[in-house]
Write a protein that binds this ligand. Sequence first.
Ligand code: MN
Length: 716
Amino acid sequence: MRQYELVERVTSYDPQADEDLLNRAYVFAMKAHGDQKRASGEPYFSHPLEVAEILTTFKLDDASIAAGLLHDVVEDTDISQEEINQKFGDDVGSLVNGLTKISKLDLFTREAEQAENLRKLLLAISRDVRVLLIKLADRLHNMRTIDFVKPEKRVRISQETLDIYAGLAGRMGLQTIRDELEDIAFRILDPTAFETLTEQLKTLREENGNVIAKIEASLVKKLKKNRIKGHVFGREKRAYSVWSKMNQKQLSLGQLSDIYAFRIIVAKPIDCYKVLGVAHQSWRVVPGKFKDYISNPKQNGYQSIHTTVIGPQHNRIELQIRTEEMDRIAERGVAAHGFYKDIKDKESAEAGVAIPTATSNAYRWLRRLVDDLSAADNPREVLEHTRLELFQDQVFCFTPKGDLIALPRGANAIDFAYSVHTDIGNSCVGCRVNGRHAPLMRALENGDEVDIITSSAQTPPAAWADAAVTGKARSAIRRATKLAVRDQYAGLGREILDHCVERANSRYTQAELELATKRLGYDNVKDSLASLGRGEIKSVDFLAIMDIEPSETAAKPFISPEDEIEQGKLEIRGASPNLPLTISRDTGAVPGERIVGIYTMGQGVTVYPVYARKLQEYEEQPERWIDLAWYSDTSTRMYPARINIVLHNEIGALADVTRVIGKNGANIENLSMETRARDFYNLDIIVEVNGIKHLTKVLHQLSASTFVSSATRCQG
Ligand code: MN
């Protein structure tokens, strides 16, 4: 793009733009980069120029475009920041300064550093959101040209893009940019998965014939017939978004509803509802998929109606219905309103100059995140918190008084309680959802009205920290339960001790216990017992210090024969080697899943994934919950997961299932089968896998089998 073309582009949407500024920035940046080259061999200046061009598609102001041209000058040439300030003024200067600062932050490094850098990044962009928009344009161009970069660096940049920048783009409402960033990163990080999926999408497309065009035509016809003016655009979902949905929901490609999506753009909001009516009358609605973001906009200002119907040819199709204005916001996010300008003079905004609600929400989100981050205790929390906030879609729920509480998708009533107020969370004992008693752990749905039941005597069970989804709830629970957790483990320790002493045919007094506590170097009995409960002290050692000879069998009092988790080799954090740990047969549990333990006196701890239905039975016994987590996402060992398969009753079907499981390196631990309908079987299988990714792969491949109608994880 030439100099005059860039200027023309800016003036086409902003006639007041400072042409002189743009021209000077162009020439200055070109000269400053001189004969520097990109990894592709192109002149370096092509990069800032492309960045500026991307920024014109956001229709950003002249200062942002100039800063886009100048964004690498201070970082990569000998020009100083002062010179930029002097020549281009404070506005452009501070944007360039922000970008130079961000460019030094490595977001793919040791956890502690990464968290600190992430905090700095968010601080920099929360001061002036234009810095983020320029940074995103910069990253987009770098990703587009990433194939020229050395393999090692390529992976690092892609991971950082996927972890941080794609989510930020999404949060700023820049959906197309997010899609492109994710797809390129996905291709670099997991080439095999990318290829397989692209191939599968292609096959599906061929099988379905020209399904997009057909549905498009049928939609257009229906609009015409009902005299609604509008446009229809059909598309296939992008590889990464399909892939992450498959992982998230543990579904196969065939089970995913939203592979085909259609956007219907109409003139007025009321038309959106008319189109919705037409669609719902013409085709069967898939329950639970309808979302009205027109009356409840997302935090980033996104508005649209979403619904999924069973279309012609029995394909599930997703419909997004919105007006042109809403579409503009959906595509260009915060940039669509010139909203960034409001941030620039925040004072005037505070002095009463109106800013559109939808957009100020996008900004408020960023501010709130930055505030929450400063309150977080440790780097792990910061990371966890930010990632969740960045990547999860929202659900909107209401308090009984009608206040809107926005939560990440998957959040439950515990998250809701903490979101209302920390005190409500800490004293929460139960909840009513839409007027009925409901389990606290169940994921909330859009529109749920949640009434939290509190009791002043309550301390939250520590394991709630793992069941909660939001960083706010998690850190509050961890803070509130520090002492309670110790007491809980002390109780376990006491039980282990009594059990071992009894087995040794001995007894002890409180004085002897206190003496042992001192000898072990603890201040009080609760601490020493808690160490025993957590397994930091072995029961034999504890007995030895009390001068009790452990009985032969008492040396290993509690190890259950059926689990093979050896002492000292636990892969679960929070589990005590002094207590038997059994994985629930109802569901299984595999590394990488969020888990909790339920303690049963005399039996030990049973491990459940947090979504296991069985957990509802223990909601009123918080003292039995044990805070557990896997140390890593994959193991060298195999763990059980219970899955349900609906299988066509055909010759070779069962053989195919076992073949697929074997081929993927998983074992079948148990299998039972029952007839469901005439042509189908229900298979109930416990497979053994090394972690959640392995399980997802197995489920995915199973569902790809022609004999399999569905393959899903069992919730017990
Ligand atoms: Mn750059």
